[in-house]
Design a protein around this ligand. Sequence first.
Ligand code: MG
Length: 128
Amino acid sequence: MIKKILIVDDSIVARMGLKKAIPKDMPYEFYEASDGASGVEQFKTVAPDVVFLDLTMPVMTGFQALDEIMKIDKNAAVIVVTADIQKKTMDRVLEAGALLVISKPPSQEEIRSSLEKAGKFKEGVMKR
Ligand SMILES: [Mg+2]
């Protein structure tokens, strides 16, 4: 079950938009970080069930943050949210351990289905 959601994005507008688009059917707990490094720190302290991760960020990019998060927990459920959906980028983040890549800004439907997949992954019903 997904309870804790960590949103890592340097844009407050993007963080708010994503949060707003998350279905209200579950009592989720939200955590936010505005760069990759604080995202990794929050990941350590909060141990979120799912992470929505932007790629282009100051201090530490989402690519680096993804690597760090996967080192901490190889079963982390990380959903990359990016406007850059080139195959090269998708392959790179999936290779690094991201569960999914969704386009930015994500639709409510994309968020709903990605949370469903993350839930299945966490329960062990679905493989990466
Ligand atoms: Mg950004």
